[in-house]
Design a protein around this ligand. Structure first.
Ligand code: FES
Ligand code: FE2
Length: 449
């Protein structure tokens, strides 16, 4: 049997070369599921999806369905969505409220705390053999909530969640905080779910800060699909980023962000003159945020990826995207769109329309991105293509700086340093895989040797 794969040369971040195998080989997909998605912190949902006792929302972690649930006492749980008897999906609905989950197959039932309660014909068939205490739903051992978002890990030894977020929290905060600078206060206004034929890492990497691909959005930039939808307005995001410069920041935990720093003398630039309620709200939020945050208000996050598969859009549009792997070449994408819970109805409605124009399966910007990801995946699956690595040498060796406001390693020119940092972290997880067994199972292609 072959020894472990030469991961250091397949994922050679120092020289900026990464084997295509990690994007197309079933063995890498398997290794990711076993060593990455069972150990990392994963985004599973938002508290606004389950506000009341008994509320549930079905979510995913890696390749498994999980049930996000608020119990009778208000505590949040995440369970594997699979019956302990014969594995039936306990909950086949996306969302709802219940006092008991009754398995559709043989009717074992579980409380909202996950305890096995009802077993049909218990006294006749199981008395003395089945101890109900031993057959609760499988529950994730680690759960964390942060400003409404809910995260979970299957690894009981996973680091503390805030330590895992590290300084990237400053950037994520801007997606979760109210537009006027109050901490938290967001709610999910809708969720898009769809499947695309691409490796999930293309999407995660895109949000890390791949600014280099902007020309592929040229058509939407030309027609102007910004939030205001003003006739004649150019660009995708109206005036939010007037007088600001780009920064790309990466963090030791593998996270990476692409944010903007406004110039100190930047002013509010109106975009919504056709809708006075929205214009007044946006203007108020801009000035109130400046008043509350002072210098920190200059930080305007655009996109980021919280390692490994939760990405965010920090301002316009605003939300969290999760990239669930189905196979090496297929991803289930979920986008949770966020608004301030107490925003006026006109503002929520305007943003809802903008989100759909911009993102999701029918969103014009996301369609551009998906086209890139799926063709890049498909054209990397052939025997010959798999012999040639991808190039990650952009701005290789360019010295990075630091900034107390931004945290992490700060770059001020377009760079693939965020991606190199991400894959360095990715490699440490994959080094933990049982490669001899994985290879014995299927046998990796010649290119990996
Ligand atoms: S599979 Fe659930 S009760 Fe049998
Ligand atoms: Fe894009």
């Amino acid at each position: 049997m072959r020894e472990a794969l030469p991961l250091a040369s397949m994922i050679d971040v120092d020289r900026g070369m990464i084997s295509r195998e990690i994007f197309v080989a079933p063995e890498f997909h398997r290794a990711e599921l076993e060593t990455l998605f069972t150990r990392a912190w994963l985004f599973v949902g938002h508290e606004s999806l389950i506000p009341k006792p008994g509320d549930f929302y079905t979510s995913r972690m890696g390749d498994g369905s999980v049930l996000l649930c608020r119990d009778e006492r208000g505590a949040i749980h995440v369970f594997l969505n699979s019956c302990r008897h014969r594995g039936m999906k306990i909950c086949r609905y996306e969302q709802g409220n219940t006092s008991l989950f009754v398995c559709p197959y043989h009717s074992w039932s579980y409380t909202t705390e996950g305890k096995l309660q009802g077993v049909p014909l218990y006294r006749t068939l199981y008395d003395g053999t089945l101890n109900r205490e031993d057959w609760s739903l499988i529950e994730v051992p680690r759960l964390a909530t942060y400003k409404g978002t809910i995260w979970a890990s299957w690894d009981a030894q996973a680091p503390d969640f805030m330590a895992f977020l590290g300084d990237a929290v400053e950037h994520l905060d801007q997606a979760l905080d109210c537009r006027d600078g109050r901490p938290g206060g967001s709610e999910v206004i809708g969720v898009h779910k769809w499947v695309l034929p691409a490796n999930w890492k293309f999407a995660a990497e895109n949000f890390l800060g791949d600014t280099y691909h902007n020309p592929s959005h040229r058509s939407v930039d030309m027609i102007g699909i910004g939030p205001s939808a003003q006739r004649g307005a150019k660009g995708r995001r109206d005036n939010d980023y007037g007088r600001a410069h780009h920064v790309w920041v990466n963090f030791p935990q593998g996270h990476g962000v692409h944010s903007f720093m406004q110039e100190p003398d930047a002013e509010y630039m109106p975009s919504y003159q056709q809708n006075p309620v929205v214009e007044e709200y946006m203007r108020h939020c801009y000035h109130e945020r400046r008043r509350r945050l002072g210098e920190r208000a200059r930080l305007l996050p655009f996109t980021g990826t919280i390692f490994p598969n939760a990405s965010f859009h920090g301002r316009q549009p605003r939300g969290i995207c999760v990239w669930h792997p189905h196979s090496p070449t297929e991803t289930e994408a979920w986008r949770f769109f966020l608004v301030d819970a107490d925003a006026p109805a006109e503002v929520k409605d305007l943003l809802r329309r903008f989100y759909m124009r911009y993102s999701g399966p029918a969103g014009m910007t996301e369609q551009d991105d998906m086209e890139n990801w799926l063709y890049a995946t498909a054209s990397s699956t052939s025997t010959i293509a798999r012999r040639y690595p991808f190039n990650y040498q952009q701005s290789l060796g360019v010295a990075a700086g630091t900034d107390p406001l931004l945290g992490g390693e700060v770059n001020v020119q377009i760079t693939e340093q965020n991606a190199r940092n991400y894959y360095r972290r990715y490699r440490t997880y994959l080094e933990g895989a049982d490669w001899p067994t994985l290879l014995g199972r299927a046998g990796l292609r010649e290119a990996a040797e």
